[in-house]
Design a protein around this ligand. Structure first.
Ligand code: UDX
Length: 441
């Protein structure tokens, strides 16, 4: 089987490498010359554990190729996946569809035989239908169907999530029932290896599939914002948010995952998708108030964390040296998109703090977005050296291994604000540190 993947970004590259690992021949189309050159040399422009090896072996096996000619990639492909970006549009937060529409236009002109044009990008309900219209208008003779197949992989765990998904959602055009069987057969063929592990393939309509992605991400974002609010309440009442989360999560209807409090969610999906779903609800005349509130709660949470750090430093950080551990929006990625560190460090710098930051992977990606005054360090202890206060912003495993005593010895002051709850409060206090975490007494 041959398929084409339009877009060699995060989702496109991971999906392409995993489909190739399934034994499918995958032709990736990437239009950025620098990215394409890197990919052709087997250099992976993103940090994702295991991806370099997967790309390398599948390139060597001849199943994974990279190019910029869409006609070459699409010729003979049974499925053509669109995995281009849908960034928030300036001004209103709605998804910017220009790259998706442009891809549809190009695919139309490249189609040779029957193919299913599959949208992997996160797109508003109605987009797959729009793609079909674009293709039909450009090539009335083309033999194709459209499908929606949103991607649910998490950065840092992308290959595992792709290979062992909780579910695969596939939307087909049910208004044309006579064509559904053929498109469904192609999609079943693409995902055949997953039937071995009995991953559920859920077939539904185009619009339902498109909306399921936004609903899932927004629900998870809401869950995080909920536990963040509970953490603040626990702090006021002397309760422990971890026990609370466990107590809630053991109820199977709630579930234990995504109840870890922190400085607010970031990344390429939750902030973008919650904004987009808010917009979709408003435009449809059916506002999603819980989602709108989640966006507000999360924005306020990130900004509020700077205030919390300043308060822990006695009300002022003017001229103080603050060590910051972790910059990326979560561990095991170099992604800085919507990372809580961005608003927090800007506010601390504006308040006169001298920031010494360390992140195991994300420092290069972080530099352009952070205040120019930030100093970058070689490890956690280097960052902590002579610091008045230390702040944990990302829960990288290497930080968990840092001994409280070593921190105390390196630091000038004794304030530690752990916004990811990676340290044991008793051990930190025993080392003589004034330790604050999130939602724990
Ligand atoms: C998310 C979805 O999980 C994935 O299904 C979708 O395809 C893309 O968006 P990702 O953004 O890679 O994946 O990261 P995820 O692990 O979900 O974390 C998102 C943010 O939520 C991070 O900032 C993380 O720190 C935060 N988070 C997550 C919490 O604060 N608490 C939690 O309990 C879980």
């Amino acid at each position: 089987m041959r398929i084409a993947m339009i877009g060699g970004g995060y989702v496109g590259l991971v999906s392409a490498a995993c489909f190739a690992e399934f034994g499918i021949e995958v032709a990736v189309v990437e239009t950025s010359p620098s990215r394409l050159a890197a990919l052709r040399e087997g250099r992976i422009p993103i940090y994702e554990p295991g991806l370099d090896k997967l790309v390398e072996t599948n390139m060597q096996a001849g199943r994974l190729t990279f190019g910029d000619d869409i006609a070459v990639a699409v010729a003979g492909a049974e499925a053509v996946f669109i995995a281009v970006g849908t960034p928030p549009r300036n001004g209103d937060g709605a998804a910017d569809m220009q790259y998706v529409h442009a891809a549809a236009e190009q695919i139309a002109n490249a189609l040779t035989g029957y193919a299913v044009v599959v949208t992997k990008s996160t797109v508003p309900a109605g987009t797959s239908r729009r793609i079909a219209e674009i293709i039909r208008a450009a090539r009335p003779d083309a033999d194709f169907d459209v499908a929606s197949n949103p991607e649910f992989l998490r950065e840092g765990n992308a290959i595992g999530d792709f290979m062992r998904p909780d579910r695969v959602i596939i939307g087909l055009d049910r208004t044309r029932p006579e064509r559904v069987a053929r498109a469904e057969a192609v999609m079943r063929k693409v995902y055949r290896p997953l039937s071995l592990i009995e991953a559920p393939l859920l077939f539904t309509s185009l619009e339902t599939s498109e909306l399921t992605k936004y609903a899932s991400n927004s629900f998870l974002a809401m869950k995080i914002s909920f536990i963040n609010e509970m953490a603040s309440l626990c702090e006021k009442l002397g309760a422990d948010v971890h026990d609370l989360a466990k107590g809630m999560g053991l109820d199977g209807r709630i579930g234990r995952k995504f109840l870890h409090p922190g400085p607010g969610y970031g990344g390429s999906c939750f902030p973008k998708d919650t904004l987009a779903l808010s917009r979709i609800g408003q435009e449809a005349g059916s506002p999603c108030r819980l989602v709108e509130t989640t966006v507000q709660v999360n924005d306020a949470r990130k900004i509020g964390m700077a205030g919390r750090i300043i308060a822990a430093c006695g009300g002022s950080v003017e001229g103080k040296s603050i060590a910051v551990l972790g910059l990326t929006f979560k561990p095991e990625t170099d992604d800085m998109r919507e990372a809580p560190s961005l608003p927090i460090l800007h506010r601390l710098a504006e308040a006169g703090a001298k920031i010494r930051a360390y992140d195991p992977v994300g420092m290069d990606a972080a530099k352009p977005g952070l205040p120019p005054s930030v100093a970058y360090c070689t490890d956690a202890i280097d960052a902590a050296t002579n610091a008045d206060a230390l702040v944990v912003l990302t829960e990288w495993n290497v930080f968990r291994a840092v001994a409280p005593k070593a921190l105390k010895e390196a630091m000038k002051g004794d304030v530690v604000v752990d916004l990811r709850n990676i340290f044991d409060p008793a051990a930190m206090r025993a080392a003589g540190l004034q330790y604050q975490s999130v939602g724990r007494p």
